[in-house]
Design a protein around this ligand. Structure first.
Ligand SMILES: [Zn+2]
Length: 481
């Protein structure tokens, strides 16, 4: 049995038969031939294909003739953009440079912007200034814009608070300047703070009755610092490597040089030992002071010098001054040719006491004063030839004989190491040399052993104080060893 669809579409159905009759009468294409859905890719050029093309053209021209257009896709129906809005949005637009794109340009002022006649001032200014090298607190504040009245008040308050004068160069000033009435007057100081001294900070602030100052003490540890180590290749180099500052190194070498030959008498295995004044603030800063103790130690000997007294002189442990004695060789670059004591005299032809030391040196070599003193003789004296005698303190005289030249006269004051004449061969002499004598209390002494200690031995109360100070420094040394 046929389905309903087959019945409806079967060419032999009654409906078909009626259509067959109608089409025969009207000579129209049979409905089964009139196919609206034609595949134009199929059987091109066939009659059925042409039908499809005609239908397509017909429908397109129908659409155009009715004036239909696709709906507009509009995001918002807002107001039209004004010129300045367009201009303002230009920087945000992404576009080609060739199209005049100007990315990143500041948005121009809108219509609400009002042009001011002058730039408004900031209500307050926070700034840091610093005291310049060779400058002063006053100059730094004036440069920062502090007015005369505030300046005078600050300087007066700082003085009253016990700030040192001058304030150290490099001190940072934390300054806040407040609002002012007009541009013609300086801004008032709202607050100012700086470190007036290693152990003191000052904070100024504006109160109802003008500026007031607050002292803020900074705690400082004043324990001296002990520095010790091996000499190694170079004593100054080892001290630098240990972090000792240059002026302290120079002082140490100078003091030690009074009792040790730094050039030749220090060995690489020796140990240096220093105690130096040192301050450390609770805020972390350190400050080196001056040398308090200069020591040099090795297995067999030790040198220990302590600073003491108002003049800051160095003394040995027994209270004897470390002050440099006589220059051992009062001729530059000379060689000792004859020592002190009994010897056969080459000219006189018999043994007698040689009262000094001979230094062989070419004629004209400068002769130096072996210590500071006063010229008591300068001229010819028999077998001595040209001779100079210097008085040192009350009881010591040095004598320089056989000179070729004398550069001083009686009554002159000479410094240690000063050139007083030149080596020669005048008087009883076999060749150019310096004959050098040291007399103590009217008797000749061996210059190689003489020490010049005029008034330099601590005694009585001074010695007791020195020993107390020595014990204190020793305690420090022990705690840091
Ligand atoms: Zn001699």
């Amino acid at each position: 049995m046929a389905t309903l669809a087959e019945l409806a579409l079967s060419p032999r159905s009654p409906a078909h038969r009626r259509a067959d009759r109608a089409s025969a009468r009207l000579r129209l294409p049979h409905p089964s031939d009139l196919d609206l859905l034609v595949d134009l890719g199929d059987s091109i050029g066939a009659r059925r294909w042409w039908q499809g093309v005609s239908i397509l053209v017909l429908l397109c021209s129908l659409t155009v003739s009715l004036g239909l257009s696709p709906p507009r896709l509009v995001g918002s129906g807002g107001e039209p953009l004004t010129d300045w809005v367009l201009e303002a949005r230009r920087p945000a637009r992404i576009g080609a440079l060739a199209d005049g794109s100007r990315h990143g340009i500041l948005v121009p002022p809108g219509p609400a912007a009002v042009r001011l006649s002058e730039i408004p001032e900031r209500p307050r200014i926070e700034l840091t200034a610093s005291v310049g090298a060779g400058g002063s607190l006053e100059a730094a504040l004036r440069r920062a814009g502090v007015g005369r009245d505030d300046l005078n008040a600050i300087l007066r308050l700082a003085r009253e608070a016990g700030a040192p004068k001058p304030i150290a160069a490099g001190t940072r000033l934390e300054l806040v300047l407040g609002r002012r009435e007009t541009r013609s007057v300086p801004r008032p100081v709202e607050s100012l703070a700086f470190r007036a001294a290693f152990d003191l900070r000052l904070a100024f602030s504006a109160g109802p009755n003008g500026l007031v100052v607050q002292r803020i003490p900074i705690r400082v540890d004043e324990t001296p610092l002990r520095v010790t180590g091996e000499v190694g290749r170079s004593l100054p180099g080892a001290l630098r490597a240990a972090g000792v500052p240059g002026p302290v190194i120079a002082d140490y070498l100078r003091q030690l040089g009074q009792v040790v030959d730094i050039q030749r008498g220090v060995r690489s295995r020796d140990r240096f030992d220093l105690i130096v004044g040192h301050r450390q603030a609770e805020t972390g800063e350190r400050e080196w002071g001056r040398l308090l103790y200069a020591g040099l130690v090795d297995g067999s000997r030790s040198v220990a010098l302590f600073r003491f007294g108002p003049r800051g002189e160095f003394y040995r442990e027994n209270g004897e001054s470390a002050k440099r004695g006589l220059i051992r060789t009062p001729v530059e670059g000379a060689r000792r040719s004859s020592g002190f004591g009994m010897r056969f005299h080459p000219i006189l032809g018999y043994s007698r006491m040689h009262q000094g030391i001979d230094f062989a040196a070419p004629s004209g070599t400068p002769v130096l004063a072996s210590a500071a003193g006063k010229v008591v003789m300068a001229g010819w004296s028999g077998g001595y030839g040209n001779v100079i005698a210097l008085q040192h303190g009350r009881n010591m005289v040095t004598r320089y004989a056989h000179l070729s030249r004398i550069s001083v006269k009686v009554g002159d004051t000479v410094a240690q190491g000063q050139r007083i004449g030149a080596v020669g061969s005048t008087g009883l002499s076999t060749g150019p040399h310096l004959h050098y004598e040291v007399w103590v209390d009217g008797k000749p002494v061996n210059p190689a052993e003489a020490r010049y200690l005029s008034g330099s031995q601590l005694e009585g109360e001074a010695l007791r104080q020195f020993q107390a100070e020595l014990a204190r420094v020793r305690r420090i040394a022990r705690t840091q060893s």
